[in-house]
Design a protein around this ligand. Structure first.
Ligand code: C2E
Ligand code: MG
Ligand code: MG
Length: 649
């Protein structure tokens, strides 16, 4: 050959990309078998010698060309059936292979196991895509390594970080397999736990369609994503039913909105002081011609997921404004109605404008359309919520924090944003199986809100006992079945028309809040009182029958201590002194609250050591904020006096 010899050509040709599959026939005059061997080793497909017989050459060429085509077809098929990154079956091939497997072993009960890596995207963004790919290949290897343990098994990579196995079901063996997989994966990246979620669907005779089995395994996997601590879940029929219901909601929602199948019900809120309604909450119902009344629990979560809630919310707000307009036109003085604002809406940059346009359109004072924002929206994005709240306030809207306490960060919520009213989640209400812990939390929340000057509405009050309890701890307002269930508008109109009702309270004025701030704060004046006044001082709070010592100064701490007891009256009369001095003290305190004046009394204080110390207590009423009364107690240790004088009363 002119530029290179035949050997050199063979060597280079085999390395040119795309030429691996090009058949090469070597033609030569050389007769030694050594040359032939060398050519074949270097990649020649076949070999002909001079003198050429045209027929032989043609036949040999035909042979190598068809061999090349077969090889090419195989390669194409491999590429079409396998995932490039991991070499496992791809989705289509996996389904086909599972189908064949099921057909081949009709007596076996198979399971479809879908697995994926939790938060795989994070792996990609923390460690880079290359590391992500390495992880995927590692998962594939783990699965492939286990394959020999299962005689009838097929598996593949479905997409991104999702893999699937189909194998005869044996509970123990499957569990063991999942655990091993999980263990191996956890060690993959140092200092970062890679977690897997498995969804298992076991064939139950209802279907042998592999796509359906896979979809069910996926539903199961979805459920364990929401439960910390479980990494696998089995499919059961309720999951399918749930999916079916969701689909129904999705199919029907558009027409339902157009046909005005959504109706607004009103649930009154009551003032505990006088048991009168003081407004209501608008709650949506879906009145479906075939299914009847459908409750929000069935459709709101679906709408929150797909964003449709924004339109439904608007519909409810508009219906509510229309109602208020109607009442105003009738010359009534309607109480405010509150509407729910879903968290999706909090991300709508036009939210405030939309609401403002709406109240303008219906010429309704903004103060009549109260807004219930759920606490979880705050946790999603505190800054946004804070800004939105400020703008809503500027427009005159009253904002309630709905489901307070249901979030994980309720204290932050209270600290950071200034809502007008707190609606406490019903889960804190003591039920008959009395949970004293949530009861105590509830009391503290009500008190805390009181100190901040925020009125409280308790949701879900169902019994007379709960009502009495709430009243005794200073809760101002309630909403619940005990008073009234959500009702059609006409029924509410009758209810309100029947009796006088009153407005929901506004937040305590700034001035009063500032005053309170001084009592609780660490400003200069408070500091003087707490640190430098040498007489023991305690600030007490009285809510209903409950008395609590909420703050004491340093002199009090030094002399009497605080914190060992429950923060209640024991702090004032000693751990061992309650029986003797307790009732005397209680009376004095309640008298001070009743008269709003001053009282003095003497009694024996008994601390942990039980030794009696004569004390003189001076009580001074300060003020009332949101049903809680503040008193200042000043104590004097009289043991220095010559003789113990008899206690008052
Ligand atoms: P929510 O805003 O916290 O409403 C209070 C829910 O508690 C209502 O359920 C009400 O019927 C129920 N409830 C009231 N008193 C009692 C009681 O004494 N015992 C018990 N067990 N439940 C009581 P509902 O109407 O089923 O609404 C559930 C949730 O759906 C609402 O919780 C709210 O988050 C949402 N929702 C309802 N209507 C709308 C709406 O128009 N828009 C938006 N975004 N969400 C809505
Ligand atoms: Mg609500
Ligand atoms: Mg609520």
């Amino acid at each position: 050959m002119p530029v290179m010899d035949g050997y050199e050509f063979l060597e280079k040709a085999s390395k040119v990309e795309g030429c691996e599959n090009t058949p090469i026939l070597v033609a030569t005059a050389d007769e030694s078998s050594e040359v032939e061997n060398r050519c074949l080793k270097l990649g020649a497909w076949d070999f002909v010698r001079k003198p050429y017989n045209p027929n032989t050459v043609r036949l040999r060429l035909q042979n190598i060309i068809s061999r090349s085509q077969i090889y090419l077809m195989e390669q194409l098929r491999y590429t079409a059936e396998h995932d490039k990154l991991t070499g496992l079956f791809n989705r289509e091939k996996f389904f086909e292979s599972a189908r064949q497997l099921l057909a081949r072993c009709p007596e076996e009960r198979f399971a479809m196991i879908r697995l994926d890596i939790d938060r795989f995207r994070l792996v990609n963004s923390f460690f880079g895509e290359e590391e992500g790919n390495r992880l995927l290949r590692y998962v594939a290897e783990c699965i492939a390594e286990m394959a020999p343990d299962f005689p009838h098994l097929t598996y593949g990579r479905m997409e991104a970080d999702v893999f699937c196995l189909c194998l005869p079901f044996e509970r123990e063996k499957v569990l063991h397999m999942m655990e091993i997989c999980r263990e191996k994966l956890r060690q993959f990246i140092k200092n970062y736990y890679v977690e897997l979620s498995f969804g298992v669907c076991v064939m139950d005779g209802s279907t042998a369609d592999v796509n359906t089995l896979y979809a069910r395994a996926a539903m199961a996997a979805e459920t364990c994503k929401n439960h910390y601590g479980s990494f696998y879940a089995y499919y059961d029929n309720s999951l399918s039913e749930a999916a079916f219901k969701t689909q129904w909601v999705l199919n029907e929602m558009e027409s339902a909105l157009q046909l005005r199948q959504f109706v607004v019900y009103l649930q009154p809120k009551y003032d505990l002081e006088n048991n009168l309604p003081c407004g209501a909450e608008a709650l949506v119902r879906w009145n479906h011609p075939q299914r009847g009344m459908v409750f929000p629990g069935e459709f709101i979560p679906v709408f929150e997921h797909n964003g449709f809630i924004a339109r439904l919310d608007y519909y409810v707000w508009e219906e509510t404004c229309r109602l208020l307009r109607k009442w105003l036109d009738q010359g009534l003085q309607p109480k405010p109605l509150s509407v729910n604002v879903s968290r999706v809406n909090m991300y709508n940059p036009n939210l405030v404008d939309i609401l403002q346009d709406l109240v303008e359109k219906y010429r309704v004072p903004a103060s009549l359309l109260n807004l219930e924002l759920t606490e979880s929206a705050y946790m999603d994005n505190p800054t946004l919520m804070k800004q939105t709240l400020e703008r809503l306030h500027r427009c005159g809207f009253v904002v309630m924090m709905d489901d307070f306490g249901s979030g994980y960060s309720s204290l932050n919520t209270l600290r950071d944003i200034s809502v007008d009213i707190l609606k406490i989640d019903m889960k804190f209400l003591p039920t008959d199986g009395a949970d004293s812990r949530s009861e105590r939390i509830l009391v503290s929340v009500i008190r805390m809100a009181g100190w901040l000057g925020i009125p409280v509405i308790m949701e879900g009050v169902e019994t007379c006992r709960q009502r009495d309890f709430l009243k005794s701890v200073g809760c101002g307002y309630v909403q619940g079945y005990y008073y009234a269930k959500p009702m059609p508008v006409a029924e509410y109109e009758t209810l309100v028309a029947a009796g006088e009702s009153q407005r929901l309270p506004q937040r305590v004025t700034e001035e009063k809040a500032q005053h309170l701030g001084e009592v609780w704060g660490s400003g200069f004046q408070a500091d003087l009182l707490y640190r430098y006044v040498r007489q023991p001082i305690a600030i007490c709070e009285v809510v209903g029958e409950e008395i609590a010592v909420v703050r004491v100064n340093r002199a009090f701490l030094t002399r009497f201590g605080h914190g060992k007891s429950d923060g209640g009256i024991q702090s004032l009369c000693g751990v061992c002194g309650q029986a003797e001095a307790g009732s005397l003290l209680k009376k004095a305190i309640h008298r001070t609250v009743r008269d709003g004046g001053e009282t003095e009394c003497r009694y024996l204080y008994r601390g942990a050591d039980g030794k009696p110390v004569p004390v003189r207590l001076y009580l001074q009423y300060v003020e009332e904020v949101a049903n809680s009364h503040l008193l200042i107690a000043t104590l004097a240790d009289e043991s220095g006096r010559s003789r113990m004088e008899p206690a008052d009363e």
